[in-house]
Design a protein around this ligand. Structure first.
Ligand SMILES: Cc1cc2nc3c(=O)[nH]c(=O)nc-3n(C[C@H](O)[C@H](O)[C@H](O)COP(=O)(O)O)c2cc1C
Length: 650
């Protein structure tokens, strides 16, 4: 068994000692007050990461100069001293658990959003408005003002109890805009050569040093590559890293730019990206500098973390979503409980709310598919004892049922978990063959181990009926019975060339070379990508005008980018009329009848809850709850949350 001794070893950063190499990456919560003050909820979020063992907990994007630009609503504003009481409460909560508190300083530059402040939108160069405009080129006076504001904000952070700061020089915010040829056309000392484009970053670093002293570490987040034609490359960024080498205390390597939204799902790597996607960039930078290097991005595997540190590719691993999935990851590594870590699925559910362009007021309600506590940490960590110990019968061993069993058992209830098939896992068992779902499979195994480790009576191959309920005589019944596929009323649906999406694993041998999928929702399109990766030719027929409208926004983007790399024919506004031996007869958007040829037809027309089966088990004399897909077919997130919620309220 790996001991993770490299990733768990301390490191000195300036005058500070980090207890291990795991940093909680900058993240914001969106649940601060309107003025950007921290709330009980946001404090709980940061405290949980400290409690879980991270060495640095980094509070995300905090504004330095409201007068010249604000990026988001409800973001902390370090130019307002009224933030201090709640900032101090936040840093106290982080310190209580032995972690260091850091905060990220940001100026949005041309990405300022005038919904949130009243003033000019500035950028390194003038240009077309993004959210509002026109974008006005910063003159030297404004540059001086902004540089000073960074220093003042760092001072405010120090006053608020932060042990260090992170300067945001990545992702297309102001300092990155100055660096990038995509945004900077200046001809003065702030434009042209890399030295000139880097000047404002150096001025910011100097200003912070001057105001906060040499013993107050500065971490600088940069994008190791923009991955946009004409943009910054890793070679440019190695040169930039040399410029800031020795002037900052940690060089933090991320990648990409909001300047090109197509890179968003690389900046927040999805399940379709390789793990540790920025490690090669960090490695190149590390070879060129003496300053310790941190790396972020899709590092959701402890073995990979250990490898990154032991091989010297970076000195610190910075984890964003993996610490949402399991804030206790560092502690579990220390306690040799790696097998109990909930893996981040890189499903982008946590971030997607912020990116939906067609919602006027995107309110991020922070959630995580595998961690039901995220977004309500304070509420969830209050251990409410049940009024009395109950005998709880849970019907269905999918994610909702397992999570309900785990939570109810942890609260002292006597739990019986019945599953009608011969194994636990429920709907997750249906994705076993999909390579980009391997972390979901891992999560299923984590849940199963958690169930088996507890005093939960698991009854497999047990179909619960009224007689069994009467015999077991529980105080409460929780139905977590899953959903069943919708079989559309199409002629030929019973043909032998037709396979329901839920039968794919069982009937995989029957799937031919040319496959037609009826239904372009998430399940249909994920299966199309999966089968296409196996060399099959795919057609997806969707009757609505677009596909994957049921997917989280960023995940959908990532899926569509990947589908576009495969020869998958997606036809929308097309209604299936009849399934024949040679394929599917459909009516296209012009009303013409078209034959789509294929050997196999997969039906992915959605799922429906098993409400009749559920209702047939209801009793008048015991508590009865219906959760997960058998309440409403939705995502893993909903299954886990509903399981957890019922477990905490029983
Ligand atoms: C909920 C959430 C909020 C985030 N907020 C910030 C932020 O305020 N500033 C920032 O630079 N990055 C932010 N990020 C990005 C992360 O710091 C990190 O770069 C990204 O999630 C990729 O790393 P990961 O794969 O470990 O999650 C946020 C990410 C998440 C999931």
């Amino acid at each position: 068994m790996l001991e993770y001794k490299n990733v768990l070893s301390p490191i000195k950063i300036g005058a500070l000692t980090l207890r291990n190499r795991i940093e909680s990456a900058p993240s914001n919560t969106g649940n601060g007050t309107f003025e950007g003050f921290f709330t009980q909820e946001s404090i709980g979020y940061f405290e949980l990461k400290a409690r879980g063992g991270a060495s640095i907990v980094t509070i995300g994007e905090s504004n330095v100069h409201t007068k010249t630009g604000v990026a988001h609503g409800r973001m902390p504003c370090l130019d307002n001293p009224d933030i201090l009481p709640s900032l101090i409460r936040t840093t106290d909560a982080i310190h209580r658990h032995g972690a260091l508190a850091s905060i990220q300083l940001i100026h949005p530059g041309r990405r300022a959003n005038k919904d949130y402040y009243n003033g000019t939108v500035y950028g390194p160069s003038s240009g077309e408005p993004l959210f509002a405009g026109p974008i006005v080129e910063m003159d030297e006076k404004v540059i001086e003002e902004v540089v000073n504001a960074f220093g003042d904000a760092a001072e405010m952070a120090k006053l608020g109890g932060c042990d260090m700061v992170m300067v945001h020089g990545a992702h297309g915010w102001l300092l990155h805009q100055f660096l990038s040829p995509l945004n900077n056309n200046r001809r003065d000392k702030f434009g042209g050569s890399l030295e000139n484009r880097a000047r404002i970053s150096l001025m910011v670093i100097d200003n912070i040093r001057k105001k906060c002293g040499k013993d107050f570490p500065i971490e600088f987040r940069l994008s190791g590559s923009e991955y946009v034609e004409g943009g910054l490359t890793i070679d440019d960024m190695v040169e930039f890293a040399k410029i800031i080498d020795g002037k900052v205390d940690i060089i933090h390597v991320s990648s990409c730019t909001f300047h090109n939204p197509a890179t968003n799902t690389h900046m927040f790597p999805s399940a379709f990206h390789e793990k540790g996607i920025n490690v090669p960039l960090a490695e190149k930078i590390k070879k060129a500098v003496k300053t310790p290097v941190a790396v972020v991005g899709g590092i959701n595997d402890p073995d990979l973390m250990e490898h990154i540190i032991s091989s010297g590719k970076a000195d610190i691993v910075s984890l964003g979503r993996p610490l949402l999935a399991d804030p206790f990851l560092p502690k579990k590594l220390m306690e040799r409980k790696a097998e109990d870590i909930s893996p981040c699925l890189r499903c982008l559910v946590c971030l997607s709310g912020d990116f939906v362009p067609y919602i006027k007021y995107p309110i991020r309600s922070l959630k995580c598919s595998v961690n039901p506590i995220i977004g309500r940490e304070q509420e969830a960590t209050r251990k409410i004892q049940p009024e009395r110990k109950k005998k709880v019968l849970i019907i269905g061993g999918g994610p909702a049922g397992m999570q309900a069993a785990i939570t109810a058992s942890d609260r002292g209830h006597q739990v019986i978990l019945c599953e009608k098939s011969d194994s636990l896992g429920g709907a997750i068992n249906l994705i076993e063959n999909i390579s980009f779902k391997s972390d979901l499979k891992k999560f299923k195994n984590v849940l199963i181990k958690r169930v088996l480790k507890r005093d939960i009576k698991v009854m497999l191959n047990t179909c619960v009926n009224n007689e069994l309920i009467d015999y077991l005589n529980p105080d409460a019944v929780v139905a977590a019975m899953g959903a069943e596929p919708i079989k559309p009323n199409i002629e030929g649906i019973e043909n032998k060339n037709v396979i329901l999406a839920t039968e794919i694993i069982k009937r995989s041998e029957e799937i031919g070379k040319k496959v037609i999928i009826i239904g372009g929702g998430l399940i249909g399109c994920e299966e199309a990508l999966n089968l296409s990766s196996q060399g099959k030719k795919l057609t997806v027929i969707e009757m609505r005008p677009d596909v994957v409208i049921d997917g989280a926004y960023l995940y959908r983007e990532a899926l569509m980018i990947n589908l576009a790399k495969h020869p998958v024919n997606i036809v929308t506004n097309t209604k299936c009329k009849k399934i024949v031996e040679t394929g599917v007869l459909a009516i296209d958007k012009e009303g013409r009848e078209v034959l789509f040829k294929g050997d196999t037809v997969i039906v992915a027309a959605g799922l429906k809850s098993k409400i009749q089966q559920v209702d047939s088990l209801r009793k008048y004399n015991m508590e009865f709850y219906n959760i997960g897909d058998s309440f409403k077919p939705r995502k893993v997130l909903d299954a886990i949350r509903s399981g957890y919620d019922i477990g905490t309220t029983l």
